[in-house]
Each structure stands twice: as C-alpha cells, then as structure tokens.
Ligand binder design. Structure first.
Ligand SMILES: CC(C)(COP(=O)(O)OP(=O)(O)OC[C@H]1O[C@@H](n2cnc3c(N)ncnc32)[C@H](O)[C@@H]1OP(=O)(O)O)[C@@H](O)C(=O)NCCC(=O)NCCS
Length: 201
C-alpha cells in the first residue's frame, strides 16, 4: 500500500499512499488526510506545483476515485468524497469545512438504503458504500469556494468564479460569476480577466 513516505512535521503516524503523486514543491500538513483514502487508481490523488492541503482535509476516495489538485491550489480543510473524479484547478482556493461529493454513496430509495445500512456492520471497513452512480466534479482554475460550502455530484464551477459561504451548489456555475445561497444562485457577474496567465513553468 505505501512505500513509507512520511512527513517529518506530521503529528499523525501515517504515510503518504504509494499511488499519491506529490510535486516536490507541494505541501501536505498531515497524512491523516489519507485515513479514508482507498483508491487503487494510479495518481489516486495528484498534487500540482505548490499545491497545499491543510489540517481537516480528508480524501474520502473510493477504489476507482481520483482527485487532482492543480498548481498552487489550496485546500484548507475540505472533505472530498470521490468515487469517480474530482478535479481542482490551478489557483483554486477551497476554504474550511467545504464538502465536495461526486457520489452520495447511499441509494435514494428507502428500502435499498435500509438494506445498505444492514450491510455496514458486516464490513471490515464499517461504512456505507452502495453501488450508486458517481458524477465527476470539476472546479476550474482561479475559483474561490467559501467556508461550509457543499458541492453536489456532477457540478462544474467555471473559471474565476466565487461561491459564497454556506452555499449548496446543485448546478453548474458559469465562469466569472459569484453565486451564493441554498441552492446557490447567481449574485452577480465578475469582470473576466482573460489575460490571467497559466501557472509559470
Ligand atoms: C460571496 C462573497 C465573497 C460575496 O461578497 P460581496 O460581493 O461583498 O456580496 P454582498 O455582501 O454585496 O452581497 C450581495 C448579495 O448576496 C447575498 N449574499 C452574499 N453572500 C451570501 C452567502 N454566503 N449566502 C447567501 N447570500 C449571500 C447578500 O445577502 C446580498 O443579497 P441582496 O442583494 O439581496 O441584499 C461573500 O458574501 C462570502 O460569502 N464570503 C465568504 C468568504 C469566505 O468564506 N472566506 C473564508 C476564508 S477563504
């Protein structure tokens, strides 16, 4: 599972999973972030240049899940529930207690959900993980997501957009737009800065 990569500053006695790609300029505050990481995909998490994840960030990634963090992306304590794909673009800023979920992990049908809960105590990893569809989430570059936001399966948040604190994002957000509320609605448009360069190479 792990080649034994540890972090010298870590308070948790964990290691970085073998299939996690970490650029040499990236920062991981603690390997506790991988406590729920079960991906077997190559690059199950991939950190770009200067990307950072801080305390409270949890990669709850299923066997076929994959999370990518772009260059200089900063995740300040999000729960990333991923059974397919969650991509976080260059310079995206994700605040405290954000939840990005590309799957609900339980069926919507109450009878099916009850059957799933009955299975939980029989599992080695005592968790709900029904075979329900996952739909990728895409956070494009320069996006800012405020604290306590929830982003639901299948959502794309367009380049340069801002999501207000405590919003629930149920549908795609166009580029350069501020959205807020539950469900998140457009507050106003931002000036598109098409001259913003990509991360320096
Ligand atoms: C999204 C945000 C940046 C917008 O700020 P703003 O442009 O100054 O917005 P305003 O205060 O002018 O509000 C515009 C309207 O949106 C509403 N609104 C703003 N933020 C909202 C939110 N989070 N949820 C619901 N409504 C919100 C306001 O009530 C106002 O509505 P009105 O026109 O009916 O009066 C800000 O509200 C926000 O959520 N900041 C959170 C920052 C954060 O999480 N920081 C963590 C550290 S990274």
């Amino acid at each position: 599972m792990s080649a034994g990569r540890k972090l010298s500053w870590d308070w948790f006695a964990g290691t970085i999973p073998e299939n996690v790609i970490v650029d040499e300029t990236a920062y991981i505050e603690t390997t506790f972030s991988f406590q729920f990481f079960r991906s077997i995909r190559p690059g199950g998490v991939a950190y770009g240049r200067g990307a950072s994840t801080y305390l409270g960030t949890m990669f709850d990634v299923g066997p076929q899940g994959r999370v990518t963090l772009g260059d200089y992306a900063l995740v300040h304590g999000a729960r990333i529930i991923c059974d397919a794909e969650v991509s976080i673009g260059d310079y995206a800023l994700i605040s405290w207690n954000v939840v990005l979920m590309d799957t609900y992990r339980v069926p919507l049908n109450s009878h099916e959900r009850r059957k799933e809960l009955e299975l939980v105590p029989t599992r080695l990893l005592r968790m709900a993980c029904a075979d329900v569809p996952a739909r990728p989430i895409r956070i494009e570059r320069n996006v800012w997501i405020g604290f306590d936001v929830c982003v639901l399966p299948g959502v794309t948040i367009g380049e340069g957009s801002i999501v207000g604190a405590r919003s629930v994002v149920t549908t795609n957000v166009p580029p350069f737009t501020i959205v807020a509320g539950n469900p998140a609605r457009i507050i106003r448009k931002l000036e598109p800065r098409t001259t913003l360069p990509h991360a320096p190479t």
